[in-house]
Write a protein that binds this ligand. Structure first.
Ligand code: FMN
Length: 177
């Protein structure tokens, strides 16, 4: 039997995620949504994933366009995260007035992103209420600025975190120091 939903959600609150905006553009139109379920899958070949609520507009447009970009938000990007979460206006064109350029595959790369991963949709799997969307990374952009985190149900800045050196031997080909 599965763990209780409340216990699952409570434990997940202890997990820190980067806050990103997944964007897309193409025949199905442009759209963007705040996504914290982003992670690296593989370096050879370069693959990432995002989990998108199956019934959401972002899931439908990413799937139809076959391309998306994961834009990792700057530590001051909480207002942008709220806007792309559809607050206060879920129906608005969230990309209207946002400084962005067309990335590889066609999805917008936000000028304010501290890192961006432009992807082609490689695989879509249904899992519970969500689609697991695996993207083949076509191009990246990365700066030096600190990213925005989401932990304990709130936004947090990564800057100022203590640098803890873990034991030698932890690094591997996919997780270099
Ligand atoms: C911090 C944060 C993280 C989120 N992460 C996800 C996520 O990983 N996957 C998802 O489907 N929705 C996530 N959401 C919710 C979507 O951003 C929100 O439902 C949005 O309105 C979806 O847009 P759409 O309904 O127009 O597609 C997150 C929201 C916030 C504020």
């Amino acid at each position: 039997m599965s763990v209780a939903r409340a216990a699952f959600l409570g434990a997940m609150r202890r997990v820190a995620h980067s806050v990103t905006v997944a964007t897309t553009d193409g025949p199905a139109g442009r759209h963007g949504a705040t996504v914290s379920s982003f992670c690296s899958v593989s370096a050879d070949p370069p693959l990432v994933l995002v989990c998108l609520r199956a019934e959401s507009r972002i899931a439908a447009t990413v799937r139809a366009n076959g391309a998306f970009c994961v834009n990792v938000l700057h530590e001051t990007g909480a207002p942008l995260a709220e806007r792309f979460a559809g607050r206060p206006d879920a129906a608005a064109d969230r990309l209207d007035g946002i400084d962005a350029a067309r990335g590889a595959g066609g999805a917008p790369v936000l000028a304010d992103a501290v890192a961006a991963f432009s992807c082609r949709v490689a695989e879509v799997t249904c899992a519970g209420t969500h689609l697991v969307v695996v993207g083949e990374v076509l191009a990246v952009a990365a700066g030096e600025a600190a990213p925005l985190l989401y932990v304990d149900g709130d936004y947090a800045a990564a800057r100022g975190r203590p640098h803890v050196l873990s034991a030698p031997g932890v690094a591997d080909a996919d997780h270099p120091r």
